[in-house]
Design a protein around this ligand. Sequence first.
Ligand SMILES: [Fe+2]
Length: 417
Amino acid sequence: MAIVLKRGSLPRTPHTEFYGKDGVLALEEIHGSYGFSGPWARKLHIRSYPTEQVLPPKKADFSFPLNAPKEAEILQPFLIQTGDMPYEGDPLRGRKPIIFGSSTISSICKPVKSMKDDEFFRNGERHEIYFVQEGDGVLRTEYGNIEFKKNLYLVIPKGTTYNIKLKSKKAWFLIVESKWPIVFPPHYINKGGQAHMSAPIVETEIESPVLHEPIDKRGKFTVYVKHNSGKVTKTVMGHHPFDVVGWEGALYPFGFDILNHHGIAREIHTAPPVHQTFQTGNVPNNGFSLCSFVPQMEGWHPKEVPAPYAHFNVDSDECMFFCNSSYGARKGFIQEGSLTFHPGSTPHSPQGKAALRSLASRGTMSKRLAVMFDTYFESLKVTETGWKYRDKKYVLSWDERNFKNDAGKGSYESPTQ
Ligand SMILES: [Fe+2]
């Protein structure tokens, strides 16, 4: 995140004497990345360091194992129906990894209740981006609170301590984790540190955390820390973790509405890089790009074919989460929450007569909404959960025998959306 923010009160000169409360020396913490060379934030805790464990750490009663079934080693495209996964648990224990690689993990979480007030989570091994498919509530962090609702991305740096409160009866999150910070693409940013005027994002549309009064409270507060490929350790602190009187820096959680990705169209079909909202790692050598397929004008060239071409990026495994069923190239196969995973080693294309059907949508507004993440030089696998909720028929869904009565007429997008 290129924008340096300052919230609450803290000394003007870093690492100098400061009192957030009369007579109580505030204690400083640096939340850094890339070995003190990357984005960082400085926090001033009202009286205690965030290191004060008061009980020996122990293994948590839950974890996020990354197990791939043997059968999933057969190369194939996947369609995982996350809409069929049950709503259960809270935002902490309800997380279920479905796809993973050496640097990337994607999970679905469909909680039916808030996290407990005195329980917190810290992902100590991956940066996270949540996409809110359903529900609303508050992401509470030591940096402050971010209200969330449907269609918001929540970008949460590795090491952030947080608690999620639901306002709705249930919620549905897509979570993608990366070893590296998740940022707006550097090529969208000009030399002055602002987004280019021609970029699809405007960084001033971010939802930054609202810092409230520090919670100066002693007691037993559990922070579950995720580490070492999905293990979780229970640590117990002697004071409330949201005891920050002020912070400044460029490493902090923020929200960004997918509809604030301002789509760029052209006369003919537009390739995915124009849909990119975020990236992580050293793109295009590792990490992933995350794209937002927002409603926008289909190409208006008189001979335009709005359906995409068959394609594969041989260096990328491609995952796409469909927020609604209005995606012409997959019409009839997807429902809300379908997630396709197309390995980079084989091409994929629209099914059946989608290309012919798409001609009628030339120059019209699409109603699609989808989130795509494409890895670079990282092969992904499905977990046992991903395998369980796959559509077994998907791999043969391009077989022309399925389309023998299809004249290629009718709408390209779902009529229900
Ligand atoms: Fe694709």
